[in-house]
Design a protein around this ligand. Structure first.
Ligand code: ADP
Ligand code: 5GP
Length: 205
């Protein structure tokens, strides 16, 4: 991928850790931070809108996109496939926008290989019991689905060493401030600010 003015933030978390709560709030409050809408072959859940949560596509369309190299990364999770579209991501980054991607750990590792300067953030629940409690309170899953999600959470959590930042979502306000702090600090990094500093220098000539 070519040099780009915007930054990529990859966020992964076991289901129920509070990733959606945190990312939705960040995108709503931080200017120039946009959420990457992935493509998926899974069916929309009640309340999900095409183009907002995902672009919902059929298998044939997804196959064609894979052949055309239209994904920066894509994965198969059980019977469904999920992919990050390349064209929109490149357009956002080129225009200086920061992009937040909510993707699972395998796709995140693949994306990190393509975009090595991506900022990798992992959201963790404070305890296993609180994760179960949140899944139950959210009320989206059956007992059996919760059991599978908890098993999968254990597996996902083993990937934390691949991430730059680990945000424990104990208290939502604290976790939010920490997450926001990571984004603001990344925006101030020398590599990113160097062109502005250089321009400033030229003004002194
Ligand atoms: P994810 O996107 O990671 O699957 P959600 O953002 O949907 O998780 O959060 C799962 C549930 O936990 C939701 O009902 C949400 O309101 C709740 N929740 C999120 N953060 C916290 C927190 N810090 N303390 C208690 N409950 C939380
Ligand atoms: P769900 O079906 O519950 O919306 O999402 C299931 C999982 O797929 C979540 O862990 C989510 O982060 C992940 N996911 C969503 N979009 C993408 C994507 O484009 N690429 C990858 N690798 N994972 C994704």
């Amino acid at each position: 991928m070519v040099q780009h003015p915007g930054s990529v933030f990859v966020v992964s978390a076991p289901s129920g850790a509070g990733k959606s709560t945190l990312t939705q709030r960040l995108v709503a409050s931080l200017p120039d931070l946009v959420f990457s809408v992935s493509f998926t072959t899974r069916k929309p859940r009640p309340g999900e809108v095409d183009g907002r949560e995902y672009f919902f596509v059929d298998d044939t369309t997804f196959d064609a996109m894979v052949r055309e190299d239209a994904f920066v990364e894509w994965v198969q999770v059980y019977a469904n496939r999920y992919g990050t579209g390349r064209a929109w991501l490149e357009e956002m980054l080129a225009s200086g926008r920061d992009v937040l991607l909510d993707i699972e750990t395998t796709g995140a590792a693949n994306l990190h290989r393509v975009i090595p300067d991506a900022c990798m953030i992992f959201v963790l629940p404070p305890t296993a019991a609180s994760l179960e409690e949140r899944l139950r309170t959210r009320g989206k899953d059956s007992d059996e689905q919760i059991r599978i999600r908890l098993q999968h959470a254990r597996h996902e959590l083993t990937f934390y060493p691949d991430y730059d930042y680990l945000v424990i979502n104990d208290d939502i306000e604290r976790a939010y401030r920490q997450f926001e702090g990571i984004i603001l600090a990344t925006r101030a990094r020398r590599e990113r600010m160097a062109p502005i500093a250089q321009k400033l220098l030229e003004g002194f000539a």
